[in-house]
Design a protein. Structure first.
Length: 434
């Protein structure tokens, strides 16, 4: 036997059982996004490396050590996208979507970061991202947070906590950074080596450290909220009041600084205690300078992204059931002429009843073995077509689950029998968009 090729570490297959959860999540997310007037944008997985250097920031972990970069055959330096905001802004500028306009956009798909894989942290992971452009007031920040809260409610998720902070303006951060550096230098020796290094490169990120010794030092660190100017303070206060007014509970987390450089003003994360150290399932905030920084005209912006793997893990931890997508009917047949009829009648059933989930058996096999397969598929009904049924002009409907008697049903009555037994709508009213 030849040796097997294994999947790349941190890049996971989503198997059918798991993908049902993902499909459910996508359908619910689409419903919520449409309810707020957000429109989908589909973006490439590969962008110029420079885009992320300029957008996410040279000294961030993502750019410094986590990007998958490669040189294209023509010498261009390209990267697998580590996140979606930069590409969304790039596309918005390129197609004139942002200039003097209000835009509400969303995207979904895989992102790539070469992090150390662990539960909830992967090298290929998936996000649903939401971005709103052209709106400077805190109303839109309240909207995107309310949207995310509605999604948790729609999914039936419990126990997610909203954490808020404000990073203020550039001047705020400049002044705060200077004071924070002075503070951190005073406690230099008590910090972990990574944090010591960050004092020079990205001191705000020290606030994010999970190392207990560093956290102990940070309990006395200056608070960025004390540095906000009048405009930033009033933006943040309005945001907090607006959320309270909508009944969205939050807590202020002074250490919330985010790992990407483009943020300004209000930032937030939705966290759960049920996923260990990778408990942030959704994160975002305002990034008012990024559009200009990437060559567009000055455009306020805000948004967030949800980590789908983490949401999936949380759904599993909370034992949430997702709609069953098993086939409902399994069509068995005996003999070559019955196979032709089964394939033809199968197509007819799918045309007449697009919501029906039907498997038509395809390989020659004894009836007993076919019925075993039918049972294992999870179907509720089996159709059996043999010589007798063919001669009688119909098919046998056999109950695999539940207490119904087996019936010989003439072909013209089959759709009615199946739809009434299974409770499916014969018409083409798909419950979602997938
Ligand atoms: P982020 O905080 O880097 O923000 O990622 C958002 C979410 O993606 C995280 O909260 C987490 O749930 C998930 N995530 C990130 N990295 C991984 C990973 N290695 N494995 C599994 N899940 C992960 C952004 O990406 C921003 N673009 C969000 C944003 C949009 N801000 C404004 N607009």
């Amino acid at each position: 036997m030849s040796s097997r090729v294994q999947a790349v570490r941190g890049m996971n297959d989503v198997l059918p059982e798991e993908s049902a959860r993902w499909a459910f999540l996508h359908v619910r997310a689409r419903q919520v996004l449409q309810a707020y007037g957000y429109r989908e944008i589909r973006l490439p997985l590969v962008e110029r490396t420079e885009l992320f250097r300029r957008a996410v920031g040279e000294t961030t972990d993502v750019v410094e050590k986590e990007m998958y970069c490669f040189e294209d055959r023509n010498g261009e330096n390209l990267a697998l996208r580590p996140e979606g905001t930069a590409g969304c802004v790039r596309a918005g500028i390129e197609h004139g979507l942002l200039h003097h306009q209000h835009q509400r956009l969303w995207y979904s798909g895989p992102m790539f970061r070469r992090e150390r894989p662990q539960a909830g942290r992967y090298r290929q992971f998936h996000q649903i991202g939401v971005e709103a452009y052209g709106m400077a007031g805190p109303g839109i920040d309240i909207e995107v947070i309310a949207l995310s809260a509605r999604l948790w409610q729609k999914l039936g998720l419990r126990g997610l906590r909203l954490q808020l902070n404000s990073l203020g303006s550039e001047t705020t951060r400049y002044q705060y950074r200077a004071d924070l550096v002075t503070f951190l230098q005073r406690y230099h020796d008590a910090l972990d080596p990574d944090s010591q290094r960050r004092i020079a490169t990205n001191p705000l990120r020290v606030l994010d450290s999970k190392v207990p010794a560093t956290q102990a030092v940070l309990s006395d660190a200056p608070l960025i909220l004390d540095y906000l100017d009048k405009a930033a303070r009033s933006h943040f206060e309005f945001l907090c009041r607006g959320l309270a007014d909508l009944g969205v509970e939050y807590e202020v987390n002074h250490r919330l600084v985010r790992g990407l450089d483009y943020y300004t003003d209000g930032v937030f994360e939705w966290v759960t205690a049920e996923l260990g150290s990778q408990g942030t399932v959704c994160a975002g905030g305002r990034y008012d300078h990024l559009v200009e920084q990437l060559g567009g005209s000055s455009t306020p912006a805000t948004g967030f992204a949800i980590g789908l793997e983490r949401l999936g893990l949380l759904m599993k931890a909370q034992e949430m059931s997702v709609p069953d997508r098993a086939p409902q009917v399994y069509f068995c047949w005996i003999g070559d002429s019955a196979r032709v009829v089964a394939l033809r009648e199968g197509e007819r059933l799918r045309s007449a009843c697009p919501n029906l989930r039907l498997i038509v058996h395809t390989e020659p096999m004894g009836l007993k073995a076919q019925l075993r397969k039918a049972d294992r598929s999870g179907a509720q009904l089996a159709l059996v077509l043999g010589e007798n049924e063919e001669a009688a002009g119909g098919v046998q409907v056999k109950s695999l689950r539940g207490d119904y008697e087996n019936l010989l049903v003439p072909w013209p009555d089959l759709v009615t029998t199946l739809t009434s037994r299974l409770g499916v709508e014969p018409s083409d009213q798909t419950e979602g968009l997938f």
